[in-house]
Design a protein. Structure first.
Length: 396
């Protein structure tokens, strides 16, 4: 009996959906804590500062910042490694396949922002147009992971690439429109180190330590530049060497080493500290305001419309091709999942209304509502598509 339970536990841990299940459980736990008597102590814990600071070195931040800016950079490192591997030897290795996520992300940025601005133009909330632009890559991939083999593997790569381009666009928007203090000198330091890593790659240096330690410095300088530090993970990932064949490479070794820590430690922590939204009176009514409608329709309608439309136009123009094994209905399902804005959207909402906490709270609730709708609808559509395909294969 004990051996059977152990095997069942092993199968659960090694299944593709376990990471997504843990992530969703952490969301519910975080919401429960935020709306219980433990909410205030939990917020105090997240605001506790740890680290070291001196005149020349500042590494003392709150627990929340260490998780969102520090640990999440490791998550983006892993995703960046996966994207580069696919660019070199996988689903994104051809120009037409690699271009599709870029066009899709462009539509997923422009259409939601336009919908939000159409509702809020001329109001005090007009500055929040960046809120529905972002896709929460972690939660979107978690939903796809829950589906397992019921969707083509190429769709996960496509969604990851789309979400990264989407988040990079959001980071640029934050840097240009929401950052108040951009330090170009720190950016220059980060760029110099990045160039050095590219040079080492070109010279054939393969040991990961020669890339990961400089990557820490890239993180430090980007963090102090005023731009969201998670971009450092993507930049570092793109410098690690890999091969075009099945030979184990530096990139693949690092990627394999990161899978379990990211899925079982980093992402659950990220969900736990970022979904502690306290429900307050007036939030439901806020969904029917221009702010709430702009966010809801921007994420739930604008995202799938923009992603699907721009993908269709780029394929019809002959610039791109669909991912292997995917159909247009899959793209619509992924477009809906793109509406899971969540943490990045919440981050932009806080930047949009720093002096209006009540408005920011209503925006956060609208984001949570829209992201939940997008996750449920996207999962249901992709699951239904999978069942219909199974019936078609069986001739039923």
């Amino acid at each position: 009996m004990k051996g059977t339970l152990y095997r069942l536990f092993q199968n659960f841990v090694h299944s593709g959906s376990v990471g997504g299940i843990i992530l969703i459980l952490c969301v519910f736990v975080s919401l429960f804590i935020a709306n219980s008597s433990s909410g205030t102590p939990f917020e105090q814990l997240l605001s506790t500062e740890i680290g070291y600071a001196s005149e020349n070195l500042h590494l003392r931040y709150s627990v929340l910042i260490w998780i969102n800016d520090g640990l999440m950079a490791i998550f983006f490192l892993m995703v960046g490694l996966e994207i580069k591997r696919e660019l070199i030897e996988g689903e994104l290795s051809s120009l037409k396949k690699a271009a599709l996520p870029i066009f899709a992300a462009l539509g997923g940025v422009l259409v939601p922002a336009s919908i939000y601005y159409a509702f809020n133009q001329g109001t005090e909330t007009a500055g929040g147009w960046g809120i529905p632009m972002a896709t929460d890559i972690a939660f979107a991939l978690a939903v796809v992971t829950l589906l397992g083999k019921r969707v083509p593997a190429s769709l996960k790569i496509f969604l990851a690439a789309l979400a990264i381009v989407d988040d990079l666009a959001a980071i640029v928007v934050i840097a240009v429109f929401y950052s108040t203090d951009l330090h170009v000198t720190y950016l220059a330091y980060a760029a110099a180190i990045f160039a050095g890593l590219l040079l080492m790659n070109w010279r054939g240096v393969t040991h990961p330590v020669f890339y990961l330690i400089p990557g820490l410095f890239i993180w430090y300088f980007i963090h102090h530049s005023g731009i969201h530090a998670t971009i450092a993970g993507v930049l570092t990932a793109f410098t690690l060497p890999t091969t075009e064949d099945d030979t184990p490479s530096t990139l693949e070794k690092v990627e394999h080493a990161l899978i379990k820590p990211v899925n079982f430690i980093i992402m659950p922590l990220f969900a736990l500290v970022n979904t502690n939204i306290r429900f307050e009176s007036g939030m439901l009514e806020g969904l029917t305001t221009t702010l709430g409608l702009g966010i809801l329709l921007g994420l739930v309608v604008g995202k799938p419309l923009g992603i699907s439309l721009f993908s269709w136009l780029s394929v019809k123009a002959g610039w791109c091709v669909l991912p292997a094994g995917a159909r247009w209905r899959h793209l619509i399902g992924l477009g809906i999942l793109g509406g899971i804005g969540f943490t990045m959207s919440i981050f932009i909402a806080l930047l949009s209304f720093p002096a209006q906490p009540e408005v920011a709270a209503k925006a956060k609730f609208a984001i949570l509502t829209a992201s939940t709708l997008a996750g449920v609808l996207g999962y249901m559509l992709l699951n239904t598509i999978s069942k219909r395909q199974a019936l078609e294969v069986n001739g039923e």
